[in-house]
Design a protein around this ligand. Sequence first.
Ligand SMILES: CC(C)(COP(=O)(O)OP(=O)(O)OC[C@H]1O[C@@H](n2cnc3c(N)ncnc32)[C@H](O)[C@@H]1OP(=O)(O)O)[C@@H](O)C(=O)NCCC(=O)NCCS
Length: 369
Amino acid sequence: MRYATITGWGKAIPPAILSNADLETIMDTSDEWISTRTGIKERRIAEVETSDMAALAGRQAIAAAGKTPEDVDLIVLATCSPDTLLPSAAAWAQTKLGATNAAAFDINAACSGFLYSLIVATNMIKGGTSKCALVIGSEKLHKYVNFRDRTTAVLFGDGAGAVLLEAVEQDEPIGLISSEMGLEVGTEELLWAPQSGISGYTDEPVTSNRAIQMGGSEVFRRAVTMMADSSERVLAEAGWEAGDVDLMIPHQANVRIIDAATRRLGLDESKVFVNIASYGNTSGATIPIALTEALEEGRIQPGAKLVFAAFGAGLTWAAATFQWGDRITPIEDYQVEFPSSDLSGIDLIQANLEYFGRNDVPGDGAGNP
Ligand SMILES: CC(C)(COP(=O)(O)OP(=O)(O)OC[C@H]1O[C@@H](n2cnc3c(N)ncnc32)[C@H](O)[C@@H]1OP(=O)(O)O)[C@@H](O)C(=O)NCCC(=O)NCCS
């Protein structure tokens, strides 16, 4: 049988940090509130573009698999913050990588984007369209954030992660064992950036309507149900019990969402990977960054049984069970390096603060028209 297995992994974490203490200086919030309500201590702010981070994480994943960019025949880039809508961020990333033999496209399923992409690429490999696919999640979310709106600004951050998927022929199942993805109809406005696409190309001046708006508690409630229910279904389809799972790698949006969903699944917290404190919610990038760090920290052993689950704007959801292979160390180390810069996280959001602090910005100052 033909399967798709992960042979390489990588991440690109922008150097500039925006801590909870920094946020305390610009809005009515506290480290205590943010830490206890979300689990987040700091997040990263990128100076470079989404495709730059995608190429850096992708290059590390390709090296970890002992391959070259020319070996890649498909790039699937999960992002809801592409450098440009036309062409895709995947097009820019392909050039920056020098992946001259690859087809490339973006998938926008927001925070479920990486799992959507992993499922699509796996099935393209199984179907024979691809042999070697780079699946990336990369986001520059701070550009969507109104840093005068404390209900959203504390949650999001920037970064990228990637995996290389390769075709293998063997009898024993490997890679995705079971998976599902979905979208709850009629929930578009629970989490959205109203003028972020073509509808924002109006004759009117640009307004604060490009910022993320969110019904936080409603999203929270649905997120717990979506993550727990979809995980239960993929576990049942794989024929795995909760006790069989070696590690769950959930989307990192709020530690309380992760705790509630994994408690319902009956998973011990030692079996759940959480790194939200360092990066906040990086949307499509959370799972590949977490997977890479789980490998770096020795939390994944040969033959491990993994579960992934995510939810996001749409509202989308996705979940999968994943059988890991033998190798847990990179074949080649590629050191990710960002262009050197002296700018801090707070420096990089100054223009945003000035824009949303102006009296003539339409709306209520919280991103609402
Ligand atoms: C946003 C979220 C952290 C808010 O937590 P919550 O416990 O639901 O808090 P509430 O919205 O009920 O707000 C409680 C109070 O804290 C205040 N508050 C909100 N943000 C705050 C902040 N950053 N600092 C201090 N206080 C804040 C609210 O104004 C409210 O005050 P009030 O009671 O005087 O009106 C939580 O709803 C959440 O994580 N939702 C899911 C969001 C998400 O995951 N989005 C991405 C999906 S991929």
